[in-house]
Design a protein around this ligand. Structure first.
Ligand SMILES: C[S@@+](CC[C@H](N)C(=O)[O-])C[C@H]1O[C@@H](n2cnc3c(N)ncnc32)[C@H](O)[C@@H]1O
Length: 433
């Protein structure tokens, strides 16, 4: 396979590619590398490759003429190259794209510098695809080109000694790789997991799959969303820290003290929909309990009657609704809930208020995830308000305020059922990032 790199700084590339895997593949004649410098395609005395941007602004832009001429010269090669522009605005490079790129016989990598390249290089049809290696800005495309070459080369037959090492790597199965160990078996008191020393291939494979699933669930749940998970896989994921945190979490629906439209503190009435739909969300995301809180005794009795009616209905039993409704608990106040949770777990819960209003002190979803994970064994209580939202008093007494869920419009009136579902999905969902 051939790589041609179009770069103003080819000296950054040769040494890096001469080492290790790509170096060996080059010596074996499996990979070839060529470097083309747009400066060699200039016509002026100063060999100018950049100029100031039209419209003003900082920095310089790579000029269209030398770069277009360099790409056109490279394009006449046999086989003609697939032309890739490295760019922060490109499609993020993924494992599946890397594998697809390995199918080309010849790839040309175009490296930008300064503030980037004149847009007309793309408009001329000289670029087949734009790739980014991440959401950050490098000073030039050379390091990105090296990353692409390195990742793609590993999939070219003969480049890696053992083909199996590619098949087992992270992302090959869209899962992160299990932890690896090598000799010595004990280092500073840290031992290697027993099973890896057992020589039992079946158990080792099972352990590795379990660790991969748990790690992926914890760090990259978005990758799991793309997987077809077996029943066994789901059971393994259930042992992950993320799943354990979900089980330590309670959703609390507060009917008092909440605001009405005019900003007065009121007690709202319970609704069938909130009982039922939130119970289903809570079950779907593996949340431990769902507390419905109202200080009005008649309302609490009503909830118990509704639950009885549902639980005794043949149809609902058939629909798996009983499992969801079984997570509902009824309480008179938020204090009663926190006491209940603390008694059951031995730890006071981290109380997290939610609000549709953006608050300056609100924390991000991933920050909350980190805080809750750091306090392993501590339960978490996610508090949602009915009516026009939780009173300031509840927010002030909570340990954290979670960032509001919002869309791009000014209409900011999700039903509490929808808000619970969105929050649970962001905190515990297996979803695309
Ligand atoms: C300083 S950057 C230009 C950044 C550009 N002004 C912007 O804000 O998007 C110079 C060059 O580095 C390369 N580059 C920088 N970050 C990259 C990334 N994350 N992935 C791929 N290429 C990148 C591109 O070739 C780019 O043209």
């Amino acid at each position: 396979m051939r790589f041609t790199v179009i770069s103003l700084f080819p000296e950054m590339l040769g040494a890096a590619l001469a080492a290790s895997v790509t170096g060996r593949a080059q010596s074996a004649g499996i990979l070839t590398f060529n470097f083309v410098n747009p400066r060699d395609f200039t016509n002026d005395r100063h060999r100018t490759v950049d100029d100031t941007p039209y419209g003003g602004g900082p920095g310089m832009v790579m000029k269209v003429e030398p770069l277009a001429a360099a790409i056109e010269a490279v394009s006449t090669a046999d086989p003609p190259p697939h032309r890739v522009l490295l760019s922060p605005r490109g499609t993020p490079l993924t494992h599946s794209r890397v594998r697809a790129l390995a199918e080309f016989d010849h790839i040309a990598l175009v490296c930008g510098r300064y503030e980037g390249i004149d847009e007309r290089v793309c408009q001329l049809g000289l670029i087949d695809e734009e790739l980014s290696i991440g959401d950050y800005v490098l000073s030039g495309g050379e390091i990105a080109a090296l990353a692409v070459i390195d990742a793609v080369s590993r999939h070219v037959p003969g480049v890696l000694g053992e083909a199996a090492s590619i098949a087992e790597e992270s992302f090959a199965d869209a899962l992160l790789e299990y932890p690896q160990y090598t000799r010595p078996a004990v280092y500073r008191g840290l031992t290697v997991p027993e099973v890896l020393l057992s020589g039992h291939h079946g158990r080792i494979a099972e352990w590795r799959r379990a660790r991969s699933l748990a790690l992926t669930a914890e760090r990259r749940p978005d990758l799991l969303a793309r997987q077809r998970l077996s029943h066994g896989d789901r059971k393994l994921i259930n042992d992950s820290p993320a799943a354990r945190l979900a089980r330590r979490t309670s959703v609390i629906l507060l009917h008092y003290p909440v605001y009405d439209r005019a900003g007065q503190i009121i007690t709202t009435a319970i609704t069938n929909l909130d009982l039922h739909d939130i119970a289903r969300s809570v079950s779907t995301y593996g949340i431990g309990a769902y507390y419905v809180v109202t200080p009005v005794a008649a309302q609490r009795d009503k909830i118990e009657r509704i639950l009885d009616a549902w639980q005794n209905s043949e149809q609902d039993r058939a629909d798996n609704r009983i499992e969801a409704l079984g997570r509902i608990r009824v309480a008179a106040s938020l204090e009663d809930v926190t006491r209940d949770v603390a008694e059951a777990s031995g730890h006071r819960p981290i109380v997290v208020a939610t609000s549709a209003r953006p608050g300056r002190e609100a924390i991000e979803f991933n920050t909350l995830h980190r805080i809750a994970n750091d306090r392993a064994n501590h339960p978490m209580a996610l508090v949602f308000g009915t009516g026009w939202g939780l009173s300031q008093e509840v927010i002030d007494k909570s340990d954290q305020l979670l960032r509001a869920v919002c869309g791009p419009t000014d209409f900011n009136h999700l039903s509490v059922r929808s808000a619970v579902a969105v929050v649970l999905d962001r905190l515990f969902g297996l979803r695309e990032s």
